[in-house]
Ligand binder design. Structure first.
Ligand code: UD1
Ligand code: UDP
Length: 367
């Protein structure tokens, strides 16, 4: 049983679904409905060629407890009925931990794709989801060596940990030509010139839910807009918060609806610089060799700094402006982390197929 629910889950799950299909493994696809707007969900299914879900849970938005509980209550009878051998969850969203917990309690093997990432920031809801999901999991599929180190340091058994590479990058490479083909029309429509614009996304509660923090970030982006057009496809959470803010000069930013996957990849691929608090975008910019400035105090993806194009700059407007100037003068050197080669999904499929069942495997109790 493969689970997706929020925007970044779809590009992560697609390579795993494809690999399992190729290996002749039967899969059931569950969409929790954590994200539900067409542009946050269906557009990804359509553009990536993900089949219609077998089960749509319609969980929707709410507080963490409401959302997590709705997902758990909705998936439980399905898992009970279908008794999958393995439940595959991806990333670090509420859908991930909710379905992992139900699967573990009903005796399924749990596989976590993107295991071992740690920001060590317990105020970040995703960090709690990561730590709890890893603890529930039989299979820990790590995207990078730092994630393996974290898991080892936390005491996980070597036979649970698999360094497989990055599934999000599988999907990026599989779709890059199609995305690039859209670029000329997209740039013309947006009045942009390749290599001469900044692309930004913000949606972390720590950045957008606090009005002072959001005001400071918007001010920094406006300062960047003095030298480069700044395109800002805004997440629905952020749109709500921006509406509530009285921010002068917002008009200097090109705030638009979220983009579909192919358009967003296309715009990343020729941006001068990307300013973001997204996890996935830090990885995609590294794979594309595009400069990324992370507008947070930490990252759970340090490999994008040590082996990529990312820099954590925080939210201080002066630091952000200085970092943009640095990129404009010095550029970045593209590098690619080990195993970010487009074949992570394939490795996961093979490991799952040969991994045995709940009756034959050592379980997480035996840490
Ligand atoms: C969630 C994930 C976050 C991930 C992000 C990806 C958790 C705890 N957070 O954050 O890790 O980086 O998705 O985008 O799981 N909304 C809509 N339409 C939608 C979806 C959401 O309008 O289709 C609005 C609702 O007002 C909702 C708000 O966005 O309350 C936040 O949605 P939610 O899924 O709770 O969290 P995200 O901020 O999207
Ligand atoms: N993305 C997109 N359109 C947008 C912004 C992001 O298609 O307007 C894609 C992006 O390319 C990446 C994924 O969404 O594949 C990242 O999701 P998000 O930033 O919402 O979540 P995070 O990765 O931070 O959990």
């Amino acid at each position: 049983m493969c689970v997706a629910g929020a925007r970044p889950n779809f590009p992560k799950l697609k390579p795993v679904l494809d690999a399992l299909d190729r290996l002749g493994v039967a899969t059931t696809l569950v969409h929790t409905g954590q994200h539900y707007d067409h542009i946050m969900s269906d557009v990804f299914l359509d553009e990536l060629g993900i089949r219609r879900p077998d089960h749509s849970l319609g969980a929707g938005s709410g507080t963490h407890a409401e959302q997590t509980a709705r997902i758990m209550t909705a998936i439980e009878p399905i898992v009970e009925r279908e008794r999958p051998d393995v439940i595959v969850v991806v990333g670090d969203v509420n859908s991930t931990v909710a379905c992992g917990l139900v699967g573990a309690k009903l005796g399924c093997l749990v596989a976590h794709v993107e295991a071992g990432l740690r920001s060590r920031d317990w105020a970040m809801p995703e960090e709690i989801n990561r730590v709890v999901t890893d603890r529930l999991s039989d299979y820990l599929f790590a995207p990078s060596a730092d994630a393996v180190d974290n898991l080892r340091a936390e005491g996980y058994r070597a036979d649970q940990i698999h360094l497989v590479g990055n599934v999000m990058i599988d999907t990026l490479f599989a779709n890059l030509d199609r995305a690039r083909a859209r670029l000329p029309a997209l740039l013309e429509r947006s009045g942009l010139e390749a290599g001469h614009y900044a692309l930004t996304t913000l949606h972390r509660p720590s950045n957008v839910d606090d009005p002072d923090q959001l005001r400071g970030l918007v001010g920094a982006l406006e300062a960047v807009a003095a030298s480069l057009p700044v395109v800002f496809p805004a997440h629905p959470r952020t749109v709500e918060r921006l509406r509530a803010l009285e921010v002068p000069g917002l008009a200097r930013l090109r705030i638009i609806e979220p983009l579909g996957y192919l358009d967003f990849i296309a715009l990343q691929s020729t941006a001068t610089v990307v300013l973001t608090d997204s996890g996935g975008v830090q990885e995609e910019t590294t794979a594309l060799g595009i400069a990324c400035l992370t507008l947070r105090e930490n990252t759970e993806r340090p490999i994008t700094i040590s082996e990529g194009t990312n820099r954590v700059v925080g939210a201080d407007p002066a630091a952000i402006e200085a970092a943009v100037l640095d990129v404009l003068s010095n550029g970045v050197t593209p590098r690619r982390p080990e195993l970010w080669d487009g074949r992570a999904g394939e490795r996961i499929g093979e490991i799952l197929l040969s991994g045995g069942t709940a009756a034959t495997r050592k379980r997480p109790t035996d840490l």
